[in-house]
Ligand binder design. Sequence first.
Ligand code: GLU
Length: 416
Amino acid sequence: MSLFENTISQMRQAASIMKLDPNVETILSTPHRILEVSVPVTMDNGSIRIFTGFRVQHNNARGPYKGGIRFHPEVDMEEVKALAIWMTMKCSVVGIPLGGGKGGVIVDSHTLSALELERLTRSYIRAIAPAIGPTKDVPAPDMYTTPQIMAWAADEFSKIHGENVLGVVTGKPLEVGGSAGRGDSTSQGGIYVLEEVCKTYNLPHEGTKVVVQGFGNAGANVAKMLHDNGFKVVGVSDSRGGIYCENGINPDATHSCKLDKGSVVECSGIGGENCKVITNEELLELECDILFLSAMENQVTAANADRIKARFIVELANGPVTPEADVVLEKKGVLVVPDILANAGGVTVSYFELVQNEANFYWTDEEVQERLKKIMVDSWNNVADLAKKYNCTLRQAAFIAALKRLEAAIKLRGYN
Ligand code: GLU
């Protein structure tokens, strides 16, 4: 199954449990608009290279299309379509008035100079400019796209329009219309949900062993927050592999080491003699209470789901557990807190950023946290209640929560 087929199968399961209007299901099964653009870039040596870019606008019944842009060598249209539908569901689960979209450029950004990266960003934004804007479609960071890239994107779009249109993208640096709290909002949202999981399942912080797959923005921040909250982080990994430390890892020191040496696999030394380097496969199968998946899609599959030892999985990445793995995990009694709820803190603070840009009035970090926490806790409660009501998994319940709001909006606006 392709990633897009995975998302559709997740939606169909929920649709059949809640008896979704079949017309709504049909509408949500196809993206509204698919753009494939050519992105010419003048390289530092004077040659021209053409990159391929995508933007998929899945559904805007509840508000402008919203979702990140991924710069990745393996990104393709099927993946972007899947990520776009998840954005529609994610915004609806947390009840923010936005739809779903996603973008990508096929590029290994590590091979570009800073100037080439800036030219690539500006060229991509020029190519999709007619389709985006604060009331149309609002991109944001995703894998390998940063606040700096968002600053270039907002600047390019503003130049095209001859006025400041900072709300065209979110995830910008604070100095150019970014929001307090956006940088670590995906992780913070996941932590707010985890707190509720801990209360519901009587899981203490002290002594609870956590493994974090992925040590990018979301993974590194969540590892630090978990550590600060008293959890014992015993394993972390990045694309090159992982480290396991029986006595626990200091995520701050590991992050500094990774920035210095390039990968966490070079950082086992700082944890002392009870640390060892392991593969990503071994990391996923470690003995632990909670597994945070913050790397990328398709990490827990039919091939390894049976060997997962965690009791709880929190999906900070999009789509890290396949539908086949879901079935195995459910049988094993592993509770999966699904991506469209667990990682929705990012887009929630993106929504706050858009609101602040439009009002040109900025909030304090306390205001952002108060609002984010309320949305995440209320959304968890709603999903947990639906899981009980329909006797289904949290993923199915999260889709049901999203589909109920989408169904109402689509019916009110009309099908044609
Ligand atoms: N890329 C993030 C996600 O997948 C954030 C999207 C946004 O802020 O629009 O949720």
